[in-house]
Design a protein around this ligand. Structure first.
Ligand code: BGC
Length: 411
């Protein structure tokens, strides 16, 4: 039922006017994201649950996590928050989260949720969050019009990529649309590092923090290659957000962008079509590699809890329902977290993502907090970003700083 029908029904006395409210913290404010969030809001309203919006602008969620910490410290967390990866465990450890298994029947989750998804929301053997979607982070997006106009082949190797970037720049376009905040710089690095190191070494370095590998000649080489990307980005975009960079692709001002598929959600809501307006390809030399980002919601345990178990259960049921999974992921640019969903409406990029997720080699995206807590991830991203933006920064010194910072935080 749309909001308007709901309102009419309420006015006519068909439904309880005093809908229960659920305050939800999230950072889905860009086009595509906001549309997807609206689908969730509408689905809740159909169950007479009102979405109380606690949106914190700031992609990547850094500001949202900070605000959440303040609210939680003052004893007033929201009812629900968009928290993912190892941060779930951090909140669970201090006893602030509801055990999802105590609210809803999770015994069937293994029937329709992939193991890696279940593991991501599990802490200490218990489900502590509800997964909602799967984003792929290591994509390279191409502007079809520019590629057609310049008759460019799709870059599958780094050598080909740099040759393509030179041609796009020579033709007067921005070669790489890039927003230039720390997490976006780190996302560029992550995509390249996964490609050059391969999945095993990527995991050793950025999931297990193997010091020898982090400071190796191979890692120095990765940093040096990463720095080569800088000259293809546009200096006026420093400090801008991902969607401002993605807009350069939809405006035909830039040829390529490295970004998670939430960018596709934005282009789709702008009426752009996969393979017609934009093309999705693997990051060069990354065929079959999939860095995953799984969005999920946690439920805060509160003294004198406002939300009844029924409301929480309805929220969880909606998140995992087949209808919601199909509609939400279409707008969000992600793929359903639930297996067996009708994928007819999803485009070729989403289908490729689905195939690669099920058959490819999966690694957690560290820039999206899937490999470490947001605290550690922010520090890693800042070191990478400082190196990227400082022309005189040197790769050997940077890998040492990175390894020292990780050791200091881990110990
Ligand atoms: C979230 C996505 C979101 C993106 C950009 C990521 O950290 O997981 O859901 O679309 O940030 O805001």
């Amino acid at each position: 039922m749309s909001k308007y029908l709901m309102l009419l029904a309420a006015l006519l006395g068909f439904v309880n006017v005093h809908a229960a409210e659920v305050e939800v913290l999230h950072w889905w404010t860009a086009k595509g994201e906001a549309e997807a969030q609206g689908i969730l809001e509408d689905a809740l309203l159909e169950q007479n649950i009102k979405w109380n919006n606690f949106a914190i602008v700031g992609a990547g969620g850094e500001s949202a996590v900070r605000v959440l910490q303040m609210r939680a410290l003052s004893g007033n967390p929201p009812d629900v928050a968009h928290i993912k990866g190892p941060d779930i465990g951090e909140w669970a450890k201090i006893g602030m989260l509801e055990n999802i298994g105590k609210i809803a029947d999770t015994s069937t989750w293994p029937d329709f949720l992939p193991k890696i998804v279940r593991e991501t929301v599990t802490f200490d053997g218990q489900y502590m969050a509800v997964p909602v979607n799967i984003h792929r982070v290591n994509w390279l997006w191409l502007n079809k019009a520019i590629f057609d106009e310049l008759d460019l082949p799709l870059p599958t190797t780094w050598q080909g990529f740099f040759a393509t970037a030179n041609k796009i720049q020579a033709a007067g376009y921005i070669a790489i649309a890039h927003g230039g905040t720390a997490w976006q710089d780190a996302l560029l690095f992550e995509s390249m590092a996964l490609s050059l190191l391969g999945p095993e070494k990527y995991k050793q370095a950025f999931v297990e923090y193997n010091e020898a590998l982090l400071t190796s000649a191979e890692m120095i080489h990765v940093f040096e290659q990463f720095k080569r990307l800088y000259q293809y980005t546009d200096s006026s975009m420093r400090g801008k957000d991902w969607y401002q960079a993605s807009q350069l692709i939809s405006n035909n001002q830039a040829g390529m962008q490295f970004m998670g598929d939430w960018a596709m959600g934005m282009w789709n809501t702008q009426g752009k079509k996969a393979m017609v307006d934009y093309i999705c390809i693997d990051v060069p030399e990354s065929k079959g590699l999939f860095s995953y980002n799984i969005d999920s919601f946690v439920f805060f345990e509160k003294n004198g809890r406002k939300n009844s178990r029924e409301i929480q259960r309805s929220f969880i049921d909606i998140l995992l329902s087949e209808k919601f999974q199909a509609e939400f992921n279409l707008a969000k640019g992600s793929i359903p977290v639930r297996q067996g969903i009708n994928m007819d409406q999803l485009n070729q990029c989403a289908h490729k993502s689905f195939t690669d997720f099920n058959n490819g080699q999966l690694v957690p995206s560290f820039t999206q907090n899937l490999a470490s807590t947001s605290h550690l991830q922010n520090i890693i991203s800042k070191i990478i970003s400082n190196y990227f933006n400082n022309p005189s920064a040197d790769a050997a010194t940077t890998v040492n700083s990175l390894s020292l910072a990780i050791r200091a935080i881990k110990n």
